[in-house]
Design a protein around this ligand. Structure first.
Ligand SMILES: [Zn+2]
Length: 228
């Protein structure tokens, strides 16, 4: 299963999309095949660790744990591997800057998406009104079951987060991490909804995408973006 981004479509200098279930053991070969049309492209796989570290290419070290990356270089394929977390692809067509973000609940809580946008503006002079976002398949509020520990982590110092939890049972909530990330974009960064594409796929509801909460195998979904 492969999903093309719609929002970047009219820009011919962008390659971006969301690819479904891929075996981690053959991931490298798969990525080479996926991008085989683009000789000379460099594939970047971050050492993802649910941090809020945002790095730049060039200039980052492979050994550093990071969950978002920004570049203005051509022929560099930024990739994000996800199971149930949210992959977010970002493009500023005015400045030709791209970014890829991995936001699970930890990254969401520490506002990695907001941080990435702010760093794009700071380092490359990106304009928040022009930046486009494509939010890929993830475990959505229909299925993202969490217990009280997580409910407490979010709501203990900020009551506003309660809006993103719906209680199912005594010790069972459903969390809307997509909703929280959208709130950061729309309410805190003044991004217009027109600048945001949401791929309407829940990884738990859709067997073509890997969900660690549903599947026992060791696979991942891949999000990728590159300037060419
Ligand atoms: Zn679902």
């Amino acid at each position: 299963m492969f999903i093309n981004t719609e929002i970047f479509k009219k820009y011919k200098n962008i390659i971006a999309g969301f690819s479904g279930k891929t075996d981690l053991k053959t991931m490298d070969r798969y990525q080479e095949r996926l991008f085989s049309g683009g000789k000379g492209f460099k594939i970047i796989n971050l050492k993802q660790a649910h941090t809020d570290n945002v790095v730049f290419y060039p200039g980052y070290s492979k050994d550093i744990e990071a969950d978002a990356i920004i570049t203005n270089q051509k022929k560099v394929i930024l990739t994000i591997r996800t199971a149930d977390c949210i992959p977010i692809l970002i493009f500023d067509p005015s400045n030709n800057v791209i970014a890829a973000v991995h936001a699970g609940w930890r990254g969401t809580k520490s506002k990695i998406l907001k941080k990435t946008v702010e760093l794009m503006c700071e380092k490359y002079g990106c304009d928040k009104e022009k930046i486009l976002f494509s939010i890929g398949p993830s475990n959505r509020k229909c299925c993202y079951d969490v217990k009280k520990d997580l409910y407490d982590i979010f709501t203990i110092d900020n009551e506003n987060y309660k809006d993103f939890f719906s209680q199912i049972k005594d010790d069972l909530w459903r969390l809307d991490i997509l909703g929280i990330n959208l709130k950061y974009l729309i309410d805190e960064l003044n991004i217009s909804e027109k600048q945001i594409e949401i791929v309407d796929i829940c990884t738990f509801c859709t067997p073509y995408f890997f969900s660690s909460r549903r599947d026992k195998s060791d696979m991942r979904n891949i999000a990728f973006i590159s300037l060419q």
